[in-house]
Write a protein that binds this ligand. Structure first.
Ligand SMILES: Cc1cc2nc3c(=O)[nH]c(=O)nc-3n(C[C@H](O)[C@H](O)[C@H](O)COP(=O)(O)O)c2cc1C
Length: 171
């Protein structure tokens, strides 16, 4: 099982499109997949002001997954607050034995280190084994509203790395 976590509040999110592309690739390889769009989860529960079955279910799906794809826009030079509140609700060591696939979209290249200095340590903080090559994309790479071929290829490579790592981990 693979889950994709989308941490963008945008209805036309570029990072979510890349997460969906990764999930489609994983599904084509036989994985059961599930998209968790954090923006659609109840805000009070996300902020710890109560509980909600949708949130409990989303956290359970993460617990079942072998591969966890996380996508986020760059906000203020790092991952979105929306993604962070979801990760804050994961138990310590929630992603031990799981493979993390980081995907980040920013307007330009200036904040591309949000991938390696933001999302990678966020994954590591809950124990995930993170693939070598995450994906960072700029607005330019969505020129006609869809991801450029080289960007789709970068996501495909990330998926191949994740599948290889997940298989190695099951020995
Ligand atoms: C509140 C806010 C903060 C942003 N901060 C940055 C930033 O620091 N660096 C950057 O390159 N882009 C920044 N952007 C642009 C987004 O990262 C960019 O448009 C991204 O592709 C949006 O992804 P999404 O479509 O998945 O939401 C910001 C956008 C918003 C709305």
């Amino acid at each position: 099982m693979a889950v994709g976590i989308s941490g963008s509040p945008s209805a036309t999110s570029k990072s979510r499109v890349l997460v969906e592309h990764a999930l489609a690739q994983l599904e084509a390889r036989g994985a059961a997949v599930r998209l968790i769009d954090v923006a659609t989860l109840p805000a009070d529960a996300l902020l710890g002001r109560g509980s909600a079955s949708q949130l409990t279910d989303a956290l359970a799906r993460v617990a079942e997954a072998r591969i966890v794809v996380a996508g986020t826009p760059v906000y203020r030079a790092t991952y979105s607050g929306l993604l962070k509140v979801f990760f804050d609700l994961l138990p310590q060591d929630a992603l031990v034995g799981k493979v993390g696939v980081p995907i980040v979209t920013g307007h330009g290249v200036a904040h591309s280190l949000a991938l390696d200095h933001g999302l990678r340590p966020l994954f590591a903080s809950v124990g995930a084994t993170v693939i070598a090559h995450g994906v960072y994309a700029t607005s330019e790479q969505f020129a006609d509203g869809t991801p450029a071929a080289e960007l789709r290829a970068a996501v495909d490579r990330a998926v191949r790395e994740a599948v290889a790592l997940a298989s190695a981990g099951s020995d």
